[in-house]
Design a protein around this ligand. Structure first.
Ligand code: MEV
Length: 438
């Protein structure tokens, strides 16, 4: 155990790590140092993002071009470690680009936060009237915090008391709704809520209520954002659902729709189905410096909103048309956080024309829908492994430390067949042994 680790210099932290976990091996230090940025100022910026930074952790950033969303063309930045994700999104973007592209609408952008508190009185109606009477105080006392947000068109939208005593004795929530414009708004919301808690405590002390105090348990935004919702849809005549195998467009559309229906009704399948959607969404969230944990938590809660975990996407076939859509809560920011700090994040925003938060919601959801379309297309036709293993092939070959010539020969060899791990190893051994495979 070490005390005061955070107070050590970066070098001393690394020294301690190498001595305690790498038997003093210099190679481990070299790995860490090799990922430091050569520009000291930039490295310092990274050092200060979090505590106890010892190095940087690289993830690949790929680009999925040709995303046509509401008539505007985007090249979307995606940060992910999974081999087939960018290729799948790009393939789907191409498929839909000449069929009108993605039609997106932001349904609402409201976020919610709570002051969770206990009040030991027994007449909830009294508390309700008291809270209704002090609502203006919540607004005026937080004026200093909300001034800038109000200038940008946002701020506090509503404040109300919610009686939760049926769940926990004496438990109430002061529930507030916010518009945070282009910022994700977590700090803004939490600051407002803490101010509301102060107002509540001081106002109740002078109220004519049977019980003149509250115990504030906590003040925090909710990452469940069902009122910060975006819908994205693609559609085309069923006859255009041509997917590359010998399956007819009608049969493909039917099987695809059945696969979606399975995800809508079967939680075991829905989790994997939605995971695939999040492959796309998370990669945009990461590239744009947003909080993927918040996005994940909210998306999965939304997938359970009807009491059973279900699909975030839906499909329909009627009047000769195939329709496929996603509805997902995405509380995103395009200002604040690290969006203006991290050079790669800034690059990502710039590449998409510095979108507003609402525009980024539409782009991210479109990528999620595209990802799901590609996954289901493969799953319902060739099987997922064909595309997936082709993309993963280079990872296996890199792990085997194959040379560029060996890689080229083996990739050529597997063009027509799905490469499975054992077959790749065997092909590699043959090539390493001097055999020419074709
Ligand atoms: C893999 O990361 C994602 C998929 O499993 C998604 C799906 O099954 O729909 C292919």
């Amino acid at each position: 155990m070490i005390k005061g680790f955070s107070k050590l210099t970066k070098e001393a932290k690394i020294e301690w790590l190498i001595a305690n976990y790498f038997k003093g091996e210099e190679k481990a230090r070299e790995v860490l140092v090799s990922y430091w940025h050569s520009d000291e100022k930039l490295q310092k910026l990274h050092d200060e993002f979090i505590e106890n930074t010892v190095s940087n952790f690289y993830m690949p950033m790929g680009i999925a071009p040709n995303f046509l969303i509401n008539g505007k063309e985007y090249a979307v930045p995606m940060v992910t470690e999974e081999s087939s994700v960018v290729a799948a999104a790009a393939k789907s973007a191409n498929f839909w680009a000449d069929k009108g592209g993605f039609k997106a609408t932001v349904k609402s952008t409201t976020k919610i936060g709570h002051v969770h508190f206990l009040w030991k009185g027994d007449n909830t109606d009294d508390l309700t009237s008291f809270i209704a009477g002090i609502v203006p105080e919540f607004y005026t006392e937080s004026n200093g915090i909300t001034a800038n947000m109000r200038k940008r068109g946002g701020g506090i939208l509503a404040i109300q008391l919610v009686d939760k005593t049926a769940d926990i004795p004496h438990y109430y929530q002061l529930e507030a709704e916010f518009e945070t414009c282009d910022s994700m708004g977590a700090n803004f919301i939490n600051s407002c809520l803490e101010k509301f808690a102060d107002v509540l405590k001081s106002e109740i002390a002078n109220a004519s209520l049977a019980v003149n105090e509250v115990e504030v348990v906590m003040c925090i935004l909710s990452n469940y954002t069902p009122k910060c919702l975006v819908k994205v849809e693609v559609s085309c005549p069923i006859a255009q659902m041509v997917e590359g195998t010998d399956m007819s467009p009608q049969a493909f559309a039917e099987r695809f729709t059945t696969a979606v229906r399975i995800a809508e009704t079967q939680p075991y399948r829905a989790v994997t189905h939605n995971k695939g959607i999040m492959n796309g969404i998370d990669s945009v969230i990461l590239a744009t410096g947003n909080d993927f944990r918040a996005i994940e938590a909210s998306a999965h809660a939304y997938a359970s909103k009807d009491g059973r975990y279900s699909s975030l996407t839906h499909a329909d076939m009627s009047d000769g048309q195939f329709k496929f859509w996603i509805e997902v809560p995405l509380a995103l920011g395009t200002v604040g956080g690290i969006t203006g700090l991290h050079p790669m994040v800034k690059f990502a925003h710039q590449m998409m024309g510095n979108p507003s938060a609402a525009e980024l919601m539409m782009i991210s959801a479109a990528v999620g829908l595209a990802q799901n379309f590609s996954a289901l297309r493969s799953l319902t036709t060739t099987g997922i492994q064909q595309g997936h293993m082709k993309m993963h092939l280079l990872n296996i070959l890199n792990q085997l430390e194959a040379t560029e010539e060996e890689k080229a020969m083996i990739v050529r060899f597997f063009i027509k067949n799905t490469p499975h791990h054992a077959e790749v190893v065997s092909a590699f051994q043959r090539v390493r042994g001097g055999e020419v495979i074709a």
